[in-house]
Design a protein around this ligand. Structure first.
Ligand SMILES: Nc1ncnc2c1ncn2[C@@H]1O[C@H](COP(=O)(O)OP(=O)(O)O)[C@@H](O)[C@H]1O
Ligand SMILES: [Mg+2]
Length: 262
């Protein structure tokens, strides 16, 4: 994005001065960021720094202070499920699938969310429902194939597919359900090698399609490879924010986080 491009179009997600308190613990304090369409913002920091709490905060899943704007609209007080319908979606550190359904049917369910399928219509016109179901199955298969979920897994329950593919699947489902701003919490936890490359490719692909992505991740190689900007949080406070390579060289970051692990 060039300076000339700075027309008055609001960022996808703007969080200002977020604060979260659990009892006597101030888990998050004065954390701010913006992320634009077609951009990946990385969020890093030691365990317990407040990274996941920042996702809970912007999605109004916890009580918080501060201000959040989604595409220029103030959304303080808008319930989590409404934010999801408006395109602000989160994936969790633990996968959450419909365990009784196949991978493909999980994708069908995600697409149905996006379309807002009504049950009333299907009771009146069952043949229409059958046609619609067939369309959804085809669309689900396309969605999965397009994002590299191998066809041999489509008929299996998500729990029976490799862990790395599960991580990608949960992101694909969030996209299928209509994410425009996607919050991804430690997708690379417990995966490596080919799965990591697949994950990086997927996140790049979503960015290419114009999604705004927030990525919490411990895996520094992945972070440095794909994020456009980087925010470091330490003990609930922002430590550094900006260009990834500059942030990585920031003395405060080196001391508190990147260099302090040895
Ligand atoms: N629901 C909760 N109730 C009480 N304390 C919590 C809760 N969730 C997180 N915490 C605490 O808040 C701090 C920040 O947690 P979290 O946001 O999960 O950090 P991170 O994701 O960076 O590891 C930690 O000290 C954690 O123990
Ligand atoms: Mg966390």
């Amino acid at each position: 994005m060039s300076a000339i491009d700075s027309h008055p179009h609001p960022p996808a997600l703007k969080a200002a001065d977020l604060g979260v308190r659990y009892g006597s613990l101030q888990a998050l304090d004065g954390v701010s960021w913006t992320v634009d369409d077609g951009e990946i913002l990385g969020i890093i920091g030691p365990n317990g720094a407040g990274k996941s709490s920042s996702f809970a905060a912007v999605t109004n899943a916890v009580r918080r202070t501060g201000r959040v704007d989604l595409y220029g609209d103030r959304v303080d007080g808008v319930p989590t499920h409404r934010l999801a319908r408006r395109g602000l979606r989160r994936t969790f550190q633990q996968n959450s699938f419909f365990g009784g359904l196949s991978v493909r049917d999980n994708a069908v369910a995600a697409l149905a969310v996006e379309e807002g399928v009504s049950l009333g219509g299907s009771l009146c016109a069952p043949w229409r429902e059958i046609a619609q179901r067939r369309r959804h199955r085809a669309a689900a298969t396309r969605l999965l194939a397009e994002f590299g979920i191998p066809a041999k897994y489509h008929g299996l329950p998500p729990d029976n597919i490799p862990h790395g593919v599960q991580r990608c699947l949960s992101i694909v489902l969030a996209y299928g359900a209509g994410a425009r701003v996607l919050l991804v919490d430690e997708p690379a936890a417990g995966i490596g090698g080919e799965d990591l490359a697949r994950l990086a490719e997927l996140l790049r692909e979503l960015r290419g399609r114009g999604l705004a992505v927030l990525l919490i991740e411990h895996h520094m190689d992945l972070v440095m490879e794909i994020v456009d900007r980087l925010l470091v949080i330490d003990r609930g406070r922002p430590l550094a924010y900006g260009d990834p390579s500059e942030v990585q060289r920031d003395p405060a970051v080196l001391e508190a986080y990147l260099g302090g692990s040895g």
